[in-house]
Design a binder for this molecule. Sequence first.
Ligand code: AMP
Length: 539
Amino acid sequence: MLTGRMMDFPLTLTHLVERARTFFGKTEIVSTMPDKTQRRSTYAEFTSRAARLGRALKRLGVGPGDRVATLAFNHQRHLEAYFGIPCIGAVVHTLNLRLHPTELAYIARHAEDVVVLCDEALLPLWDKLKSDVPSVRALVVFRSSEAPLPEGALDYDAIVAAEDDAFDFPAIDENAAAMLCYTSGTTGNPKGVLYSHRSTVLHAIMALAADNLGICGDDVVLPVVPMFHAAAWGLPFASVASGAKMVFNGPHFEPATLLDLMARERVTFAGGVPTIWIGILAALDAEPKRWDLSSMRTMVIGGSAAPPSLIEGFATRHGLEVTHAWGMTETNPLGTLARLKRHLRDASPKEQLYVRASQGYAVAFVEQRHTDDTGKILPWDAQSMGELEVRGPWVAKSYYGDEGKDRFTSDGWFKTGDVVTICPEGYVRITDRSKDVVKSGGEWISSVALENALMSHPAVLEAAVFAARHPKWDERPVAAIVVKPGAKVTEAELAQALEGRFAKYWMPDKYLFVEQIPRTSTGKFLKSRLRELYGDVLV
Ligand code: AMP
């Protein structure tokens, strides 16, 4: 082999943050505070504070590879953690604040987090799990009021301010771990996906391509997707790479607040799950003249299927473009994107919408295929249904820990668990999920966990929890219950049996008492049949 004569330059986040400091010091960052006021700042402040945070963490004994957790909404201080932690060789681990404390404790224990950075408003949540996470040596609080700190806790702003302004990140191997994000447990426990500097940087560069998200220095980016969910789709990294202005919504997700923010800050690019956009479309429909969104370039929707009516509603009634994308925590997360190919621009509006509402085709460097139960690769004929598999430089090759080995094929592909068809043009269309979790407002709910709990009730013979369609949350859990012969139980009693064991949003919206639960040939609950029969009970 004749080796190329180019430099081995490491792809690390330290380069991005140093570059941001050098070139984009004046770029603005706007954070919405809990009281809905805006805090305005710049990249100069953010990069300086990220470096100071790194030094403060070292002082607390954080070393290379150590996991530092965040339990926080989207704001500048969380962005500082996104860079300050990995740039000293440690790993930023984002905890999903919507999970039940028991599950969060499991995750933080599994990750062996050593420090936790926590929003003041989320301290009551941290209190519920802290005794189950013995690895945590320090609690650092993102304060938003003058309320006293819990005993032994540190004030984030104070430890950052105490450091000097030097910019002295260590050299880091591009394959070193940078970030840890957990999937939500479906059949088992949540699994950790450990992004490297290299995968994160390559994903960010991909996001900058005009063919993909096209994020650039002219953009004003609002990631409505939480920073605890799949790295906010990598939007913070892509924004910092390009010097885009960033806008954060903090703990506020109401459509009017988001729309106020978009109009006031002249947002050009926003990303979130369909539930967010369904609310926003309804608000715009109700008051079409109230917000000036003429700055908006595109709104990325993913995490669940974007209904065609949503894409069409934005386009026809408000002149707003939607980009539909598919991804997973395991894919850093962007995998496919529904870009309309040039020759399809001549297709009828109906056909164009059909394409735009698909999950799209793989972005450059991600490869896609789908296989049947025996592992046979299926044809791209828009008919054959099989499990989507992907591979690429920002796709996981294993989980953190020992779990989920069966998700990785012997020839180097990741099994997504999504059942799809692929058309001859390569557009992927999700038809079902092999895993039967419910996705409510962009968040997974494990049907198996709920079923196990319900089936532990003395009056319940069988319970199957399935996803029913919901106008606001896309999907909500509904439980089909077979009562033991001679026994009696009411909806309220079942709800009571689950109370306190799961996060509120996990609680089934309805209980249906049925004679029997349909089954597959191998005796498993046939949830697709339940969805066919009862999928509309909440509509
Ligand atoms: P998560 O790891 O929480 O991001 O969830 C990933 C899963 O969300 C995928 O395996 C899909 O089942 C689902 N998903 C993500 N994006 C889409 C989309 N655009 N359309 C349909 N399902 C999606």
